[in-house]
Design a protein around this ligand. Structure first.
Ligand SMILES: C[S@@+](CC[C@H](N)C(=O)[O-])C[C@H]1O[C@@H](n2cnc3c(N)ncnc32)[C@H](O)[C@@H]1O
Length: 249
């Protein structure tokens, strides 16, 4: 007799998970060639940190979401070498605007060279510590969507800055009323929900510097997203966990 369960039946093991992911990507609107090529180039040429990037399927889902929502202005916290910024630029079109906040001058340089190579003129990367640069932003128009993908320990602070910088009635607010916050890696290999040693991913994370601090910060962030009176939230257990929130005022 089959038993109904609330857990996903799609990923019984790593092989099926990979097949399901490949099948889902090929059953979704294809990415343009320059995005697929750039992802592959970073994978090949920067194996030490290529895993920082969102996957191509995640890019497909963000493009679909941004277009369904009619986003024209995106702020990204954590740009690395510009793959996801290039994705947002494609989703928004030439009349859209992407701002990226990135700590590393080296990464920003690679990102800017890539935008130039592809004739993308509507992305600006601001170099510096987003714990400072975010609250110093003074946009002429508010953003429709803010994508958080920098250091995990900073997520609670980024959320506080976004909410403080988007007060109802204020000028130069960061996020518009009804705008979205999208936060990547909020489940951190499932360890945010189950941080016990019998979670097989615990072994993978235990040598990572700041791993425990990151889990504590992500739990704080997820709780704030779900319970804040100015937000409506949804945490989706896809990719590495993606948190969505809509600013109500
Ligand atoms: C996961 S990667 C971003 C990947 C990118 N969103 C993509 O998918 O192509 C995180 C990035 O955040 C940057 N970062 C970390 N801490 C930061 C901070 N305090 N301020 C700004 N950027 C930061 C790192 O240098 C790194 O490039």
């Amino acid at each position: 007799m089959s038993k109904k369960t609330t857990s996903a039946a799609l990923f019984p093991n790593a092989k099926v998970a990979a097949e399901v992911t490949t099948y889902s990507a090929s059953s979704s609107t294809a990415l343009p060639k320059h995005l697929v090529d750039y992802h592959a180039w970073v994978d090949e040429n920067r194996p030490q940190d290529a895993a920082y990037m969102i996957s191509n399927l995640q890019a497909q889902s963000l493009i679909f979401f941004a277009r369904a929502f009619g986003a024209k202005r995106v702020l990204e916290i954590g740009s690395y070498v510009g793959y996801s910024a290039l994705v947002w630029a494609h989703a928004l079109g030439e009349d859209g605007k992407v701002t990226g906040l990135e700590f590393s001058e080296e990464y920003a340089k690679i990102a800017n060279a890539t935008f130039e190579k592809h004739g993308v003129k509507n992305v600006e990367i601001i170099v510096g510590d987003a714990l400072q640069t975010l609250s110093a932003l003074n946009p002429e128009e508010p953003y429709d969507l803010i994508f958080i993908d920098a250091q995990k320990s900073g997520y609670p602070s980024y959320l506080r800055d976004i909410l403080a910088g988007s007060q109802p009635g204020s000028t130069n607010r960061l996020l518009r009323p009804g705008g979205f916050i999208v936060a990547d890696n909020v489940l951190r290999r499932g360890l945010v929900a189950d941080g016990s040693e019998d979670n097989p991913n615990w072994q993978l994370q235990r040598h990572v510097v700041h791993a425990e601090e990151d889990l504590v910060a992500l739990r704080e962030f997820n709780k704030a997203l779900a319970t804040h009176e100015r937000l409506e939230a949804l945490l989706l257990p896809v990719f590495d966990g993606v948190g969505f929130a809509r600013l109500l005022d």
